[in-house]
Design a protein around this ligand. Structure first.
Ligand SMILES: [Fe+2]
Ligand SMILES: [Fe+2]
Length: 318
């Protein structure tokens, strides 16, 4: 753990940790397989709101996130053996399965971005230094708290996206839309699993906050820097293009606008994690989830239905 024992004792007194109530949590979260067959020519570099810089954040996120997902998978697998509650164990298997498929399909998407001059290989090299050579070597308790922190941010993004469906509707690129909406749905579906696992196995508040700030630095500053440079690495002429700079304000609003921006309008949700008694389900997304399950997965009209292959629910082992 990060803190010396006496300091930790004082913290625990000031910030008592409640064991999470696991009853009533969604069991039976399916692991869904899809085949999107991405085509490079169809990828819209201005997918989000027709803003190139704003879309660059999500392109960079798509590359870096696969490494975050590997960390989540490795950490969840390690800690699953210490979980006694059969439902939480089953839910952890669902988390591992969903993240494994996210990572696989985002890699397919990232590969499809390469012929379109996205700096995928360079960003993969950078991500390997950060994740494979640094984060994955951290002690397991810190990785557990980083897993909970990463999953908090993906839950925030998912809730934002579910409340702002319009951001997906400014492009003809149906597969990018399907990819992000599927990911959004599942991040919200499994948003409490990493947190519950952390609370059951550790519950240490300062360590949880350390994981939060590492996730914030990675997804905010790290991916943010990737997004900042991406349009120029992809197309150096952007630096001289008047149209590109005219769009910059719109990209800023998409990401940081206090009213409607991804980060700007989610600040309250992001920093709510600092509450000692925070729980992901304090932000109720059940109605949104039901709405999007119907919209995305309906066997006839679902947006994801043309790409759906099969689904599987891990067994409950008691
Ligand atoms: Fe994911
Ligand atoms: Fe996730």
């Amino acid at each position: 753990m990060l803190l010396a024992k006496p300091v930790k004792k004082v913290f625990t007194k000031i910030f008592p940790q409640a064991m999470p109530d696991l009853t009533g949590r969604l069991a039976n979260i399916p692991i869904r397989h899809f085949n999107f067959k991405f085509e490079s020519k169809d990828i819209d570099a201005k997918f989000f709101m027709q803003k190139e810089w704003g879309t660059a954040y999500f392109a960079a996120l798509s590359i870096f996130l696969t490494y975050g997902e590997e960390l989540v998978i490795e950490t969840a697998r390690y800690h699953r053996d210490f979980i006694k509650d059969p439902i939480l164990k089953q839910r952890l298997t669902s988390l591992i399965g969903q993240e494994a498929i996210h990572s696989k399909i985002h890699e397919e998407y990232n590969d499809a971005m390469i012929p379109r001059n996205f700096p995928v290989q360079f960003y993969r090299f950078l991500a390997e230094q950060v994740f494979n050579h640094t984060f994955l070597k951290f002690p397991q308790p810190l990785k557990l708290s980083m897993m909970a922190g990463i999953e908090h941010f993906t839950a925030v993004f998912a809730q934002y996206a579910m409340n702002h469906e319009d951001i997906f509707n400014h492009s003809l690129d149906e597969k990018t839309r399907a990819l992000w909406m599927w990911h959004m749905l599942e991040e919200s579906e499994h948003k409490d699993i990493a947190y519950d696992t952390y609370q059951v196995l550790s519950g240490d508040y300062p360590l949880r906050i350390a994981g939060f700030f590492i996730a914030l630095a990675t997804l905010g500053l790290g991916v943010g820097a990737g997004a900042l440079f991406l349009p120029f690495l992809r197309r150096p002429k952007n630096a001289l293009s008047l149209d590109f700079w005219k769009e910059a304000k719109g990209s800023w609003d998409l990401l940081f606008g206090l009213k409607e921006g991804v980060f700007g309008s989610s600040l309250g949700h992001i920093f709510d994690y600092l509450r000692t008694d925070f729980h992901p389900n304090d932000h109720d997304t059940n109605a949104l989830l039901e709405h999007y399950k119907k919209e995305l997965l309906d066997p006839v009209t679902g947006t994801l239905t043309p790409f759906f292959v099969k689904e599987f629910t891990p067994a409950l082992r008691v």
